[in-house]
Design a protein around this ligand. Structure first.
Ligand SMILES: [Zn+2]
Ligand SMILES: [Zn+2]
Length: 171
């Protein structure tokens, strides 16, 4: 009997959470940026926190502005970090529907105890990959491009993407 891996299950949880997003921001391809995030214990036994992008609780369930870069929504990863009550010392794994932005990468690092980060949708800029893999941070990252891909392959794909991006930046 084949059964889904925990990686697949928690990435799907992040994707389900993204469906609650009320943000109307779109990416360069015109797709809605509905983003979800799930933070789980490293033994996969507990969901520690979840988040999706949207306005602060109590404020209108919509973006502040339709102007690019000024929607004012709290990012999914930011919401998940704010809601995470687990101790800094607890080992955690983070699942994101999208490669986090640079600021959210720092929030995830600052949460403490994060050992691995997985993302599903890629982004042209890889600043967050660079931050996670900084030798003084050393968080393993994986591009779970398909929910059923093995984590080793996901990690290899992310590492290659980062190397390629760094070479292009230098070139
Ligand atoms: Zn928004
Ligand atoms: Zn962000």
């Amino acid at each position: 009997m084949s059964r889904p891996s925990f990686h697949s299950i928690y990435m799907r949880l992040a994707e389900l959470m993204s469906e609650r997003s009320t943000c109307v921001r779109t990416n360069s391809s015109g797709q809605l940026m509905q983003v979800g995030c799930a933070i789980v214990s490293a033994d996969f036994r507990r969901v520690l926190s979840i988040g999706y992008n949207g306005n602060a609780a109590g404020l209108p369930n919509k973006c502040d502005s339709t102007e690019v870069g000024a929607c004012g929504c709290i990012h999914a990863e930011e919401n998940a970090v704010i809601s995470c009550q687990a101790a800094r010392s607890e080992d955690k794994i983070v699942f994101c529907t999208h490669l986090p932005c640079k600021a959210c990468a720092k929030r995830i690092i600052q949460l403490g105890g994060v050992r691995e980060v997985y993302y599903r949708k890629d982004y042209r800029l890889k600043d967050s990959l660079m931050l996670f893999t900084d030798p003084n941070v050393s968080i393993t990252v994986g591009h779970l491009f398909d929910v059923d891909v093995e984590k080793d392959e996901a990690q290899q794909v992310a590492a290659e993407a980062l190397t390629k991006w760094q070479l292009e930046k230098r070139g």
